[in-house]
Design a protein around this ligand. Structure first.
Ligand code: ADP
Ligand code: MG
Length: 386
């Protein structure tokens, strides 16, 4: 483990890149190799769109999640370290701590605090493969914690950060089941009062706000949409998309909206709770999920309002809930038109994809053609529907 300022003096080839980047802990490749037992498959704890994650023990005895970014996600050292510095400065109870990174040669490796209880995707939504019981109280704590973490990124960090990939596998759980939002690899800074042009749209299909998925419009409100989907997943204990269910129940937002219209939201609450939950509060959480996923981004509440609604400090105005924006309509069209599964979009809809897009607080435009097959497929679907 080395501090950048120290390294500058030692390694001339890196020194130019490192000028002005302070206080980021740098790990040597050798150290991370030892920590993970040569990146042994036995220590691999996950694989995401940006590379593999290994469990490892650092020299100081601390456990770490070591994320080896794949070749496609490699940036220049300087650009990479600039982002890393921003991320490593952020500390919040509900955000995963980044310890540091390794930038030796072509390697881009992130070293995070290791969370014992894995992710919500593997546990709560993992199809019964976890021994953790998520009581109603635990779910309330998780929903509020995630909302607080996201509100912090959106409203306290300056410039604001849009996460871009809020989803169950990015919500990690510590020993006490306190939720921590992970993966700031996709997060980009949003300078206040100016348009920030980024080079990619990133995210996971079942959680993507339609305006972001289809038009590349990335704002904090796209994260709020994803949070709404996640909130409903936590209350219902099911994934946003489940093609094994009857057709009218496959997409969680469609199902939630239908039940809301029938005044029967309570039917969506996870049956594994065996009725041991606060029905009024659970329905309130589901309505907040609907508020967050409304089609018009402007109608979605800010994350700090969401926190106050979840805690009961703020009332929710039911009269204002409008129908959710559903990209599942486009997915249906794709399945009808193209029976062959394609790389990048699959049934569990958990693929990451990239295209060119742009960031701003409210208004954005698509800047150039899509760059990945998954997005091109998606664009084609969109075109067919117009
Ligand atoms: N800090 C961490 N502590 C424990 N497990 C982690 C940590 N970071 C990631 N993981 C595990 O590795 C998996 C892959 O992570 P990632 O590469 O971010 O992909 P994704 O978020 O798309 O699943 C996660 O789903 C999680 O199970
Ligand atoms: Mg992740």
């Amino acid at each position: 483990m080395t501090c950048l300022s120290f390294l500058c003096g030692r390694r001339s080839n890196l020194s130019n890149e490192l000028t002005g980047v302070d206080n980021v802990t740098l790990y040597t490749y050798k150290e991370l190799k030892i920590a993970t037992n040569d990146f042994s498959p036995a220590n691999k704890i996950g694989e995401g769109g940006f590379g593999s994650v290994y469990k490892g023990k650092l020299r100081n005895g601390q456990m770490a999640a070591i994320k080896v970014l794949s070749a496609e996600s490699r940036q220049g050292v300087r650009e990479f370290l600039t982002e890393i510095q921003i991320i490593s400065d952020i500390e919040h109870e509900n955000l995963v701590k980044l310890y540091g990174c390794c930038v030796e040669a072509n390697q881009r490796i992130l070293v995070y605090n290791y969370l014992e209880n894995n992710s919500l995707a593997r546990t709560l939504l993992g199809g019964g493969h976890s021994s953790i019981y998520f009581s109603w109280q635990t779910r309330v704590k998780i929903c509020i914690g995630v909302a607080r973490g996201l509100a912090y990124l959106h409203e306290q960090v300056v410039p604001h950060i849009v996460h871009r990939d809020i989803k169950a596998s990015n919500i990690l759980l510590d020993r006490d089941l306190t939720p921590k939002i992970s993966d700031f690899g996709l997060a980009k800074l949003m300078p206040p009062n100016m348009t920030h042009v980024s080079t990619r749209v990133a995210g996971t299909i079942g959680y993507l706000a339609p305006e972001y998925a289809i038009r590349g419009q990335l704002t904090r409100r796209a994260d709020i949409y994803s949070f709404g989907v996640l909130l409903i997943e936590i209350v219902s204990g099911r994934c946003n998309t489940n093609t094994r269910l009857p057709i009218d129940e496959q997409y969680i937002l469609e199902r939630t909206w239908h039940l809301y219209e029938k005044n029967a939201l309570v039917a969506l609450v996870d049956t594994s709770l065996n009725g041991d939950f606060d029905g009024e509060r659970a329905c309130r959480f589901l309505k907040i999920g609907l508020l967050c996923t409304q089609d018009a981004p402007k109608l979605r509440p800010s994350m700090s309002s969401v926190v106050r609604m979840l805690t009961g400090e703020k009332d929710i105005d039911e009269a204002t809930i409008t129908k959710p924006g559903l990209i599942s309509d486009f997915m249906d069209l794709k399945i009808k038109n193209d029976p062959k599964p394609r790389h990048g979009i699959n049934n569990n809809m958990s693929s990451n994809f990239n295209s060119s897009g742009s960031d701003s607080l409210e208004n954005t435009t698509l800047t150039s053609a899509s760059s990945s097959q998954a997005t091109m497929t998606f664009t084609a679907v969109y075109d067919k529907s117009m």
